[in-house]
Design a protein around this ligand. Structure first.
Ligand SMILES: NC(=O)C1=CN([C@@H]2O[C@H](COP(=O)(O)OP(=O)(O)OC[C@H]3O[C@@H](n4cnc5c(N)ncnc54)[C@H](O)[C@@H]3O)[C@@H](O)[C@H]2O)C=CC1
Ligand SMILES: O=C(O)C(=O)CO
Length: 319
């Protein structure tokens, strides 16, 4: 029997590419450029499945033009805001994602951003690196302490819970808001807030871990930023469009937001140049899940989903 043909849109880990080539006829281009709408539409006529990343956009318009040969979109990401799920499902295309295996890596990056933003890592690194460190005083680069502070988490799914576990190690008091309350076991002492507003009011630190949906786009607008305590630190490893970036700039200027740690931006790649002059904003280029272990695990999970589908079973992470 001939192997199913799949298109791997980006450079996945070596172990993933090796396993994929063993079990599938693989189309993959080492150039590692994002697949355009035209690429996706054209390729759909030649493949049975695609492993895309969040860099490939399956809009309703693209999906409408897909060839019926394409049967499954096995995302190499947990976030699926780049996919119009209703349109894909409406066309009978199975969609899967890669939850859980990236929770720890992403939570680690959120922790780095929270610590880095709180403790002036950008200014500190630049001062030493540039050879301009010619002064020391007890008043120099004084930051904000995590120990004993209240951490608010928006979205207590895989990443949010992993982040809470790590923050507990820093003796933070964990508060959260989620679509629904967790079981006492998953809550592990975290304090539930039924409304976002109630969470914001107590969050010395706030970290976003909910998906980008019509409900959450623009979640942290000027009004909600103003509801945080003065000097609060905002961390975002979820999606850029959860934050109104212009409102965040204003809140930084006003000193209402003390610092921010951002892995995600409205415009990617590229980010927002408006943040570049702020030493109290630590930024990373959307690399929350980028560890060696996690890249392998994400690739294998995408392949597990394809394998199940082509065996005629329901993929474990079908959405
Ligand atoms: N920076 C990066 O590299 C990465 C970014 N992400 C982003 O993080 C998001 C979360 O990932 P996971 O935790 O694995 O997803 P998940 O699906 O396990 O958890 C999401 C949680 O958000 C909650 N939620 C949804 N809408 C909400 C709302 N309106 N208000 C409050 N809570 C809401 C859900 O109930 C769920 O508990 C992904 O959707 C993705 O956008 C995830 C991994 C890596
Ligand atoms: O999985 C996701 O949603 C990402 O953003 C990249 O890992």
């Amino acid at each position: 029997m001939s192997k199913p043909v799949i298109w791997i849109t980006r450079t996945l880990s070596n172990a993933t590419l090796e396993r994929a080539r063993r079990d599938y006829e693989v189309i993959w281009d080492a150039a590692d450029t994002p697949g355009s709408a035209e690429d996706i539409i054209k390729m759909s006529a030649s493949v049975d499945g695609i492993i895309p990343c969040h860099s490939e956009h399956f809009s309703a318009d693209v999906v409408a033009q897909l060839d019926p040969r394409l049967k499954i979109v096995a995302n190499h990401s947990v976030g699926v805001d780049h996919c119009d799920l209703d349109a894909l499902r409406g066309k009978g295309i199975v969609v899967t994602n890669t939850p859980d295996v990236l929770s720890d890596a992403t939570a680690e990056l959120a922790m780095m951003l929270m610590l880095g933003a709180a403790r002036n890592a950008v200014a500190g690194d630049r001062t030493v690196r540039s050879g301009t460190w010619d002064f020391w005083s007890p008043a120099f680069l004084v930051g904000k302490q995590l120990t004993g502070a209240r951490l608010g988490i928006v979205g207590m799914g895989g990443v949010g819970r992993a982040f809470a576990r790590k923050a507990r190690g820093f003796d933070m008091e964990i508060h959260y808001h989620n679509r629904s309350r967790l079981s006492p076991e998953d809550e592990a002492g975290a304090i539930y807030h039924e409304t976002l507003e109630s969470l914001l009011a107590v969050s010395d630190f706030l970290s976003l871990h909910c998906p980008a949906t019509p409900e959450t786009v623009g979640l942290m607008n000027a009004d909600r930023l103003a509801q945080l305590p003065k000097g609060a630190v905002l961390v975002n490893t979820a999606r850029g469009n959860l934050i109104d970036e212009a409102a965040l700039v204003d809140a930084l200027d006003a000193g209402h937001i003390g610092a921010a740690g951002l892995d995600c931006f409205v415009t990617e790649p590229g980010g927002n140049p408006a943040f570049a002059s702020y030493d109290n904003v630590m930024m990373m280029p959307h690399v929350g899940s980028a560890t060696v272990q996690t890249r392998d695990a994400m690739g294998f999970k995408a392949l597990d989903n394809l394998d199940a589908f082509f065996r005629g079973e329901s993929p474990p992470n079908a959405l």
